[in-house]
Design a binder for this molecule. Structure first.
Ligand code: AMP
Length: 415
């Protein structure tokens, strides 16, 4: 028996109501804040991600699904949503449009991680990107959007953590100070952190292991090393957030998993905290577009994990109705009635009534059982008697009562 690959799952009809809910709310929030939808391919030139994620990040080092296509091109399944949107921004000359260009997407993302609760090899991200604007007002507006998105979905128990990790001017000094601090703890670090020390020191702050966590807590803080421009930018972001009444807390250890972030970074955690629990996160990526071959272009973005949103909706007791059931089920008895049933089904669908027609030649009881499991409001029953009198039996599946009505009146009876 085949099974879905490890770390992936099927989204069955019963869960689709939740997924539709997320898509609908994303679209209405997009509209509310002036973000337009975009979709990019499931695979891209592998270098797009390798370059944007950079060496020393888990994503670039060991999590990407890289393969050569039959033509010999090295491709990668989409590892995250931001780099492809930036690639599309450049490829389609969106820099010629009034800036910022605001785009949103819902996309699967693929990461070869160790599967566990809330961490999958294929997961879905809903992301919002504002490209071409350095003004801190857009950082604050995006955090406001993130909060409104989660609240509109029905979530309430989450907190927003905020930090600034500086820019190309001030970050190197900070990284030096960080390395100096960590050098006296080197022998105590976990093997992952030993590697981070050499390849990507900022990520030292993010280690989830208890002992490393303690060392990170007392490490130098990025905020103490910001240049004047970054300080002003961060002050303004907070000022706007206060004006917008968005609750947030400064988290000194907050850095992001990917390498392209600068200045503002933020993360949203459910209140009941677990190691792999971030609902979403984002920040500024002022250098990414240039890294991808464009002109220097400031940008800021945010992505949430759809599976984690849905898990939290369940946890917080928010129930979303499953996708609507068909209005009617047509049951039939006998060959001629079956023909009449398919004709009636076509007629009802033409007038916009959703119907399922029984197949095979099951007993009436088993046909009605099927109607019941489909949760239809009505069953329409056609037998010999009904055929000869141009009538149908209309059974109300909830009230369980039934009446015989002229076939000509069926649309009216169902409306
Ligand atoms: P990232 O691009 O890593 O910032 O991810 C954005 C959001 O996607 C995270 O905050 C999570 O909610 C979600 N996410 C990231 N990786 C996974 C994964 N492997 N499985 C499920 N959700 C994920």
């Amino acid at each position: 028996m085949y099974k879905a690959p490890r770390g992936t799952s099927d989204i069955l009809p019963e869960e689709q109501g939740y997924w539709r809910h997320v898509t609908d709310v994303a679209a209405s929030i997009g509209l509310l804040y002036g973000y337009r939808p975009i979709a990019t391919p499931i695979f891209e030139d592998a270098q797009l991600f390798l370059r944007s994620a950079a060496v020393g990040t888990d994503l670039a080092d060991k999590e990407m699904y890289v393969f050569n296509d039959p033509g010999g091109q090295q491709l990668s399944l989409k590892a995250e949503g931001t780099a492809p949107v930036c690639r599309a921004y450049l490829e389609h000359g969106m820099f010629n449009l009034p800036q910022p260009v605001k785009l949103y997407y819902i996309t699967p993302a693929f990461r070869f991680e160790r599967p566990q609760a809330g961490r999958y090899r294929q997961h879905y991200q809903c992301g919002f990107e504002a490209i071409g604007e350095a003004d801190p007002i857009i950082d604050a507006e995006l955090i406001d959007l993130a909060q409104r998105f989660l609240c509109s979905l029905g979530l309430s128990e989450f907190s927003i953590g905020l930090n600034s990790i500086g820019c190309q001017t001030c970050q190197p000094q900070y990284v030096e100070a960080l390395k100096e601090y960590y050098s006296s703890y080197f022998s105590e670090l976990c093997p992952d952190c030993e590697l981070r020390f050499v390849r990507n020191p900022l990520r030292l702050l993010d280690c989830k292991k208890e002992h490393c966590h303690k060392i990170a807590d007392a490490a130098p803080k990025t905020l103490d090393y910001l240049c004047t421009e970054c300080q002003t930018h961060f002050k303004d972001v907070q000022h706007y957030l206060v004006a917008l009444r968005i609750p947030f807390s400064i988290k000194h250890r907050l850095v992001r998993g990917l390498d392209y972030y600068s200045r503002t970074v933020f993360e949203i955690e459910p209140l009941e905290e677990k190691s792999q629990s971030a609902l979403g996160g984002g920040g500024r990526y002022d250098n990414l577009i240039e890294q991808l071959g464009g002109n220097p272009t400031p940008a800021v973005g945010f992505a949430t994990g759809v599976e984690r949103i849905i898990a939290n909706l369940h946890k917080q007791g928010v129930s979303i109705a499953s996708c609507t059931a068909p209005v009617a089920f047509i049951a039939h008895m006998g060959k001629e009635a079956k023909l009449a049933a398919i004709e009636l089904g076509a007629r009802l669908r033409r007038s916009g009534v959703s119907v399922v027609i029984a197949t095979g030649s099951k007993s009436l009881k088993s046909q009605l059982r099927q109607a019941n499991s489909l949760n239809t409001s009505y069953a329409i029953i056609i037998g010999e008697q009904e055929l000869s009198t141009a009538t149908v039996v209309l059974r109300d599946m909830k009230a369980k009562g039934q009446t015989t009505i002229p076939l000509a009146h069926i649309e009216k009876a169902l409306s």
